[in-house]
Design a protein. Structure first.
Length: 130
């Protein structure tokens, strides 16, 4: 794990395993196939195939085929094939083939087909990419 306090960035390398809570006032960049506990920051960008617990930030971008428990953010982008229990946010975008238990959002955009247990959204946009 590398920390740059001047640029306000934490970089977690590929295949890392950290089960503690990471809280940082800045951006958190996570590599591929990491196993992490709770993450708290301003922006969180996560690579493919990560196993995560709770995520809390203004913006969360979750890489493809990752698993998570809960995401709380203003902007949440969940890529294809992700699995999780709950997503809460202002703007939530979900890719194809995701399995999510519950989504609470003001604006929700779904791309392709996904398995979602419960949806609560003020506005909903369904997109099918060819």
């Amino acid at each position: 794990m590398k920390v740059d306090r001047n640029k306000k960035v934490v970089i977690i390398e590929n295949f890392s395993e950290i089960r503690k809570k990471i809280s940082f006032e800045g951006s958190i960049l996570v590599g591929n196939s990491c196993k992490l506990g709770d993450l708290v920051g301003e922006e969180i960008f996560i690579g493919k195939g990560c196993e995560l617990s709770n995520l809390r930030a203004k913006k969360v971008v979750l890489g493809a085929f990752s698993t998570f428990k809960k995401i709380e953010s203003e902007v949440a982008i969940v890529m294809n094939g992700c699995k999780g229990e709950e997503v809460r946010g202002e703007f939530v975008k979900v890719g194809e083939n995701c399995e999510i238990g519950e989504i609470l959002a003001k604006f929700l955009e779904l791309s392709g087909s996904s398995k979602i247990g419960r949806i609560s959204a003020e506005r909903l946009r369904l997109c099918q990419f060819k």
